[in-house]
Design a protein around this ligand. Structure first.
Ligand code: MN
Length: 131
């Protein structure tokens, strides 16, 4: 688990309340500080403000979809190193490639499996920086 003095901060951008609640619950249970945004534009604002260690972003979002969000994040010098994982119920052939080609660093499929989710988040977190 993370050091309570410097908790790892994650931002979840997801408009589906059930899916958001589940991810927030799991992230807190894993010991992370989890923050939520419910549409693409507020997600970008929250990312700029929070500078999270990792961002989890739904693809289908109001006001700006996940592809728009990741494109903006990866164009921002302050945020482009932050890993961004897509979360989506899309399960068509080629979707995974499309998500990765769109700039996401990884892919979580819905419905969310807690163990797979936890493992993927952990793998994409950078080791803590030493100041
Ligand atoms: Mn959605």
């Amino acid at each position: 688990m993370s050091d309570p003095a410097a908790p790892v901060r994650l931002l979840v951008i997801e408009d589906n309340p059930e899916s958001l609640d589940l991810m927030m619950y799991l992230l807190q249970a894993f010991g992370y500080a989890a923050f939520a945004a419910e549409d693409g534009e507020s997600g970008l604002e929250a990312a700029a403000e929070l500078r999270p260690d990792l961002i989890i972003c739904d693809i289908h979002l109001p006001r700006m979809d996940g592809f728009g969000v990741v494109q903006r994040l990866k164009a921002d010098p302050d945020l482009q190193m932050t890993p961004v994982l897509a979360v989506t119920a899309l399960a068509m052939v080629g979707d995974r490639d499309r998500v990765l080609a769109g700039g996401f660093d990884g892919y979580i499929s819905k419905p969310i499996d807690p163990l797979t989710f936890g493992g993927l988040v952990k793998r994409h977190l950078k080791p803590p920086s030493i100041c």
